[in-house]
Design a protein around this ligand. Structure first.
Ligand SMILES: [Zn+2]
Length: 100
């Protein structure tokens, strides 16, 4: 058994993106969201006197505003895909596959 078998690596949240100029696929680390302990409590449904730990704060992350390509050095504004896209309330889709 070599040393690597016993070694555990802590993984961190990251975002991936593809450069629109040189098509290089890259990863960029998440940045910590600027949230107060009260905002964390509200998000998690905790009571006012529940303790917020450093590990809990580290879980509140967001994407950087700008990414820079490591290959061509191009910088781009970053956006996150909308996980819950707006549903048009006028859409009469009723769940039937033949309506798609
Ligand atoms: Zn590039």
């Amino acid at each position: 058994m070599n040393e690597a078998d016993d070694m555990q690596i802590e993984l961190h949240h990251a975002w991936s993106w593809t450069c629109p100029v040189c098509k290089t696929h890259s990863y960029v680390e998440s940045v910590r969201a600027q949230v107060t302990d009260d905002e964390i409590r509200a998000e998690l449904g905790y009571d006012q006197d529940d303790e917020i730990t450093e590990a809990m704060r580290e879980d509140f992350i967001c994407a950087p505003d700008i990414v820079t390509c490591t290959k061509c050095d191009g910088s781009f504004m970053a956006k996150i895909r909308d996980v819950f896209p707006h549903v048009d309330e006028d859409d009469d889709y009723d769940g039937d596959e033949d309506d798609l």
